[in-house]
Design a protein around this ligand. Structure first.
Ligand SMILES: *Cc1c(COP(=O)(O)O)cnc(C)c1O
Length: 367
């Protein structure tokens, strides 16, 4: 029996990269928002149905998030030095806020949407007057609507930046609902469905946010070598933009391949009456196939049976953030929903070329 890895990514082949790499050879521009970066941003804009100027490419999803935060909230300042974010997310969300100087305050999430909601955020605001930023997250790509958070921002005056790292597909499916005035950061890490190895972008509201995001990613520079703002180097290189362009070229096929595997999973779960436990595309990013169990005991017994069958699995976010070593021991409330979700949701194997027999074996072990 062969080991089935939890994720077996496949990015564009050397053949498909070659024409773009030859363009780089000819251009002799390797970074600093060069021509391939511009083309990648333009094509992403086309894909999401928004103006190219509102798409700012970044070196990682975390860098994109930092750029979004610096563009609308700036660095933390005394009296507004706390960032509110869900405890159920990938740790990159919290680290991005910390990189901008904020102390993080974790909030629990809605048990059905797995998200921080404006209502939960309002309750936290009543207890803490020093919150200066809210970062709702699209867990596993389950997207975050702009409208309720735009209303929250208007009512509270608190800037909001959305970490939609894994939401390439769900946001593109309905940009009217999921893109707007609040910055939205995406990741193109190899584990995301649309991937460049490392990479990301942030969607901004318009030219003034775009300028601030670009400055945040490039030493505070804009058209001159004058540092205008707190910033860092978060740029996407031309080589990564090349991967992004080739990934866009092949996206329709990749997406269809993921879709076939998702259909196999749905059928296998349905045949066993377990469909209720499956959460996958189109609700999430295609690279996540999640099984969500009613109890931690049940989840643990499934983990044992997957391990016995030599099948990879992963708690993608690890423990709830306030339970992770670096954040542990800071005073804070109990966050039971986040703690429980982190233990009850198991990531199952996914790859665009996962065989039907492998899917069958995985679901058999789960059942
Ligand atoms: C992947 C991910 C990140 C980090 O993105 P990188 O590109 O790895 O920096 C942040 N937040 C969430 C929710 C993610 O899924």
């Amino acid at each position: 029996m062969k080991h089935i890895p939890v994720l077996h990514p496949r990015l564009p082949s050397a053949d498909r990269l070659a024409p773009y790499l030859q363009q780089i050879d000819a251009n002799r521009v390797y970074s600093n928002f060069g021509p391939l970066n511009m083309e990648f941003g333009r094509r992403l804009g086309e894909h999401f149905g928004i103006e190219a100027g509102r798409v700012i490419c970044a070196g990682t999803g975390t860098a994109a998030l930092v750029a979004g935060i610096l563009a609308v909230a700036g660095r933390a300042e005394p009296g507004r030095h706390v960032a509110l974010l869900p405890a159920f997310t990938f740790v990159g969300t919290a680290l991005a806020a910390e990189l901008c100087g904020y102390q993080v305050r974790f909030c629990d999430v809605d048990p059905d949407r797995w998200q921080l909601t404006p209502d939960l955020a309002r309750a936290a605001l009543e207890q803490d007057g020093s919150i200066g930023l809210a970062v709702p997250v699209a867990p596993f790509g389950r997207p975050v609507r702009q409208a309720p958070w735009a209303e929250f921002q208007a009512n509270t005056g608190l800037p909001v930046v959305i970490d939609a790292a894994a939401a390439f597909e769900t946001v593109a499916a309905n940009p009217d609902a999921f893109l707007g005035d609040l910055p939205v950061a995406l990741s193109f890490h190899a584990t995301k469905s649309f991937a460049t190895g490392e990479g990301g972008c942030v969607f901004v509201a318009g030219p003034s946010q775009a300028r601030l995001a670009i400055q945040a990613l490039n030493f505070g520079f804009y058209t001159s070598r004058e540092c205008d703002s707190f910033s860092f180097n978060g740029k996407l290189s031309e080589y990564h933009a090349a991967v992004g362009l080739a990934e866009l070229d092949g996206w329709r096929d990749k997406s269809a391949d993921f879709g076939r595997v998702v259909t196999l999973y749905r059928r296998e779960f349905r045949d066993r009456g377990l469909e209720r436990m499956l959460c996958c595309a189109p609700e999430t990013c295609s690279s996540y196939v999640l099984a969500c169990f009613d109890t931690v005991t049940e989840a643990n017994s499934v983990k044992k049976s997957l391990a016995d069958a030599d099948i990879g699995f992963r708690h993608w976010y690890g423990k709830a953030l306030h339970r992770q070593n670096y954040y542990r021991g800071r005073d804070g409330p109990e966050l039971p929903v986040s703690e429980s979700l982190a233990e009850r949701i198991i990531g199952l194997p996914m790859a665009q070329d996962l065989e039907p027999a492998a899917v069958h074996r995985v679901v058999q072990a789960v059942a």
